[in-house]
Design a protein around this ligand. Structure first.
Ligand code: ASC
Length: 150
């Protein structure tokens, strides 16, 4: 085997045995990262949801921008749920690491519904937005029910 192949092999072995939060300097950073991403997502989703429920005046441009931001930011948290990030300042339940396939299914469903909300918001049609907000909110809730403390 060539030296370069050996080096590649060694790198992949080291890589696969490193903790999943290795892309963050420490587990604490992973927790902060996912919480901040989820917070920014919620703030943007919440703005659109407030318009959908009539609590805020409907502004099609703000709705479209907010939904697009929520859609993008909603893709970010998941990489930060690696092994070893179950402790500290987090409400994440241990079930996340016991049932990773189910957790991923919920996370994927949320991202799918959030992307549909972004499409709906671009139409500028409030009825479409209401339907998509409701579907998206349901995915937030079911994940919190099963995977978040309190
Ligand atoms: C939000 C938020 C949630 C969801 C959920 C919808 O704005 O913070 O967790 O919507 O309440 O049922």
């Amino acid at each position: 085997m060539k030296i370069s192949s050996l080096l590649l092999l060694a790198a992949s072995v080291v890589g696969s045995s490193a903790p999943a939060f290795a892309q963050f300097a420490k587990a604490e950073d992973a927790v902060k990262y996912r919480k901040n991403a989820l917070f920014v997502m919620q703030q943007n989703f919440g703005r659109v949801a407030a318009m959908a429920s009539g609590k805020a005046p409907f502004d099609a441009k703000v709705a479209a921008e907010s939904a697009a931001t929520a859609d993008f930011v909603g893709k970010l948290p998941w990489v930060a749920f690696g092994e070893g990030t179950d402790k500290g300042d987090t409400r994440a339940k241990p079930e996340i690491w016991k049932e990773p396939a189910k957790f991923k299914e919920y996370a994927d469903k949320m991202q799918l519904e959030m992307s549909k909300l972004s499409v709906a918001a671009k139409t500028g049609n409030l009825d479409n937005i209401k339907t998509a907000v409701s579907a998206t909110g349901g995915t937030c809730k079911s994940c919190h029910d099963d995977f978040r403390k309190d």
